[in-house]
Design a protein around this ligand. Structure first.
Ligand SMILES: [Zn+2]
Length: 56
């Protein structure tokens, strides 16, 4: 996913902001990492460039 996408992504549970942490990137594309919701204390994986924002 593009890092810009973070602006429009939100937590599927509380609709709050997500914090991005990047493990692997390619230019401005995040290949692997996590999106963390501080409010829910839940992190969502980014795998193969796809953010998996599934409510838990
Ligand atoms: Zn949340």
């Amino acid at each position: 996913m593009k890092k810009d996408l973070l602006d429009i992504l939100c937590c599927p549970t509380c609709k709050g902001e997500l914090e991005l942490s990047v493990e692997s990137e390619n230019g401005d594309e995040v290949v692997k990492g996590t999106l963390f919701c501080r409010k829910c204390n839940v992190s969502y994986p980014i795998r193969e460039g796809i953010p998996e924002l599934l409510p838990k």
